[in-house]
Design a protein around this ligand. Sequence first.
Ligand code: HEC
Length: 171
Amino acid sequence: MPRAGTHALGGDTIVGMNARAALLSLLAACALPRVADAQGPVVPYGGVALEQWLAAGHYRQWRSEGAPHPSEGPHFGRVRAYLNPVLYASLEAGAKRHPAGAVAVKELYGDGDAVKGWAVYIKIDSADVAESWYWYEKFESRVVADARGVLLCRSCHFTGRDYVLTPWPLK
Ligand code: HEC
């Protein structure tokens, strides 16, 4: 029997076949995703690419809080959080640690009704170290954070459920 070829996950034939079978059933299960489960384009982290991704509004297909509400943190006034499918599923499962790929986007409204900026958290690695989290915040023209492991952000967020502070379940 010919080898199944090498691939990133598992070099031997048996593993390869199982991986393919798992992928096929996953694709079948995902054939008709609900809109809120759609990941959309991969979230870029870092400066301009992320800003463009935010401005395009891809995150708006995720589950979110029903409406902007006053922030209990230093987030410039009124806010509305959106959770990507990975983070939503993890919170729903009651996980203490979220997997890599978990993303939260928070719209910042200031004291008005228009979006004036965003705060973002992306878990880019599953290791339980500060560098596994990327933080971004921009309000009006001011970038407050755009890096991994930002002390300002985690000094508050470490009290949350693996850094998530938005009240759960979403309101
Ligand atoms: C003084 C505490 C504090 C600091 C500092 C802080 N936050 Fe928050 N953050 C909060 C609270 C409280 C919430 C929950 C929603 C709300 O009330 O705004 C929150 C919510 C968020 C959310 C929505 C997802 C979640 O965790 O609930 C993101 C994303 C976020 N903050 C990013 C940031 C970033 C980026 C920084 C650093 C620039 C930062 N935060 C600094 C208190 C803080």
